[in-house]
Design a protein around this ligand. Structure first.
Ligand code: NAD
Length: 244
């Protein structure tokens, strides 16, 4: 049974990003006390306490984690940046830093935004089940490689004293998206989308941002000692794949 979260303090790491901003709004509506940690500032809201810092630095993170009930980790360098060193540093080493700092400060819950790409081997997946899908042996790109390392670290950290869960969206769309749809529209305008991969019947599961947020909040509400979700990963979909 989900506990009431009214007044509970949470920290949204990456809260100034696309998903993070939606998550903050939904958490506020549910009565959570919301704090944001991000390396940049993109908006203002008098209901939110902001911490500007680098998640790779313990001294930046510590003050933001004091007294926090649940941490949502949805920070990452942009996938298109293609910066290997940065992906490894932020997604893997930075995530290990978050885990360690949470444990030092006494935070007990961590919800990670992972990615559906961690199980993608280049072949279509229909009716896949999380418990049956292994991590990709040949990840699509270096971003995905570090998302796998990150998710493994978070789920391995789950214990009787520290509860963790990973949410795996794919291709998030919705208001405030600066990447998926704007980039696709730009490519189309430049005439770069006039080809078909495969036989044209491929399916891809884009996820509406509201559904991704809902998954994160359900995860936080149910992340307690002995809960079946502890240490597990969950894909978030829109129920039906979008055909194109
Ligand atoms: P985004 O780029 O809009 O937001 C990420 C935020 O992380 C930014 O505000 C950025 O400033 C912050 N950040 C980056 N490095 C940081 C650091 N060192 N310290 C503190 N903050 C830092 O990205 P998004 O689309 O909102 O994605 C959120 C999460 O969802 C990411 O983990 C991403 O891997 C995952 N994801 C996104 C999609 C998608 O289609 N957008 C799909 C699957 C998974």
């Amino acid at each position: 049974m989900a506990a009431s979260m009214k007044g509970r303090k949470c920290l949204v790491i990456g809260g100034c990003g696309f998903l993070g901003q939606h998550l903050c709004e939904a958490l506020l509506e549910k009565g959570w006390s919301v704090q944001v940690f991000d390396i940049r500032s993109t908006f203002e809201d008098s209901r939110i306490k902001f911490f500007i810092g680098d998640l790779c630095k313990k001294e930046d993170l510590k003050p933001a984690l004091e007294g926090v009930y649940c941490v949502f980790h949805c920070a990452s360098p942009a996938p298109l940046s293609n910066n290997k060193t940065l992906f490894y540093k932020v997604n893997y080493e930075g995530t290990k830093n978050i885990i360690e700092t949470c444990q030092e400060v006494g935070v007990k819950r961590l919800v990670l935004t992972s990615s559906a790409s961690v199980v993608y081997e280049g072949k279509g997946i229909r009716n896949g089940k999380e418990e049956e899908l292994p991590y990709a042996s040949k990840p699509l790109d270096y971003y995905t490689e570090t998302k796998i390392l990150q998710e493994k670290a978070v789920l391995a950290a789950n214990s009787d004293d520290f509860y963790t869960v990973a949410i795996r969206p794919h291709g998030i769309f919705g208001p405030k998206d600066l990447q998926l749809v704007p980039i696709a529209v730009d490519m189309a305008k430049k005439g770069k989308m006039k080809y078909i991969i495969g036989d044209g019947k491929n399916v891809v599961d884009f996820t509406y941002v509201g559904n991704v947020v809902h998954g994160h909040i359900l995860a936080a509400e149910n992340l307690n000692l002995g809960s079946p979700i502890c240490g597990k990963a969950y894909h978030i979909t829109n129920a039906e794949p979008i055909f194109f």
